[in-house]
Ligand binder design. Structure first.
Ligand code: COA
Length: 319
């Protein structure tokens, strides 16, 4: 699989740590030292399909293909516009990808990786030729803005990549999930209610998180998963040019770098600007460092994500 083009889009509205300290009992010092986050973007009216479509347009332009050449749209999100139609169909309509099949993928912050895996399988099987893989979120709508332990961490945004089959470019991945630990990170319970049972009254719509459990899970699972991918791909750690990790917390990224014995210069960080944008984070980072000219032909990269589910994944890609 090869990447033909990438794009990203962030809502204009920048929210600083200082601004959040006017809403909840927090401060810039706590947020920046514990997480590395300084600002995040929050949607002031744009929906997930709006953000995703803008990232998709940019990726198509970068790839030099038209929307009508897209055979499939895979949209990783957990904050879609509605249960039906899926958000990928809304993006299809907005960008005019009238020949595309459309599917939303929900694996929380690992969503973009899971979607890339599906894209790779569809390309390798010959089912599709050009696939638009998008990660997009408006997490701000599922955040409890009175809960300081979560509201300071997240942001809205979208990133996209156009991928196509290329037997000369290897893609090797590893994903996993542990539903037993799903309670650690939850949002958007819909519950059950019908003419037989009353709808549960205490539904938990807003995000809840056991921060320390998620932290411990991430710093253990991400290096393990990257190690497994390198082994499967038969590639040495030293051969990797960049490790693009899910952008949740700079301390998680630094801990993974330390455990692997990798210099932080190989692990780009943009969470200081955008916070944790869940399924969008790896896609946005991929676009940014590509636009900086760091991903020239022949470079080798690792993408790695983790999040609600609990889910995780890593992928080795040759550019
Ligand atoms: N501002 C100020 N104080 C805050 C705060 C905030 N925004 N949020 C929590 N605190 C307080 C707590 O109430 C607690 O106070 P107490 O000691 O008086 O009880 C104190 O800070 C320490 O809280 P704790 O939860 O132990 O902090 P921590 O060092 O574990 O950092 C996280 C919290 C959330 C930053 C950290 O656990 C983390 O990053 N976890 C991973 C989360 C994540 O990445 N989730 C998404 C995965 S996709």
């Amino acid at each position: 699989m090869k990447i033909l083009g990438t794009g990203s889009y962030l809502p204009e509205r920048i929210v600083t740590n200082e601004e959040l300290s006017e809403i909840v009992d927090t401060n810039d010092e706590w947020i920046s030292t514990r997480t590395g986050i300084r600002t995040r973007r929050i949607s002031a009216g744009e929906t997930v399909s709006d953000l995703a479509s803008k990232a998709a347009f940019a990726a198509l332009e970068d790839a030099g293909i038209s929307a009508e050449q897209v055979d499939m749209i895979l949209l990783a999100t957990m904050t879609g516009n509605a249960l039906m139609p899926n958000t990928a169909c809304l993006v299809q309509k907005k960008i005019g990808a009238k020949y595309a099949s459309c599917l939303d993928v929900n694996a929380a912050c690992s969503g973009f990786l899971y979607a890339l895996n599906l894209a790779n399988a569809c390309l390798v099987s010959g089912m599709y030729k050009n696939i638009l893989v998008i990660g997009a979120e408006t997490l701000s709508k599922i955040i409890d803005w009175a809960d300081r332990s979560t509201c300071v961490l997240f942001g809205d945004g979208a990133g996209a990549a156009v991928v196509a089959a290329d037997s000369a470019k290897r893609y090797v991945s590893e994903t996993g999930a542990d539903g037993d630990r799903g309670e650690a990170l939850k949002a958007g319970e819909t519950g059950l209610g019908n003419f037989i049972v009353r709808r549960e009254e205490k539904l938990n719509y807003y995000m809840t998180m056991n921060g320390q459990e998620v932290f411990k899970f991430a710093v253990k699972k991400v290096p393990e998963c990257i190690g497994a991918v390198l082994k499967k791909a038969e590639v040495f750690l030293e051969e990797i040019d960049y490790f693009l990790l899910h952008q949740a917390n700079v301390r998680i990224i630094a801990s993974v770098a330390k455990r692997l014995g990798v210099n932080m210069e190989k692990m780009p960080v943009n969470l200081d600007k955008y916070g944790n944008t869940s399924a969008a984070s790896i896609a946005i980072l991929l676009d940014e460092i590509r636009k900086e000219g760091k991903l020239a032909e022949g470079k080798k990269i690792i993408l790695a994500g983790f999040g609600g589910g609990l889910t995780w994944g890593a992928a080795y890609l040759e550019l």
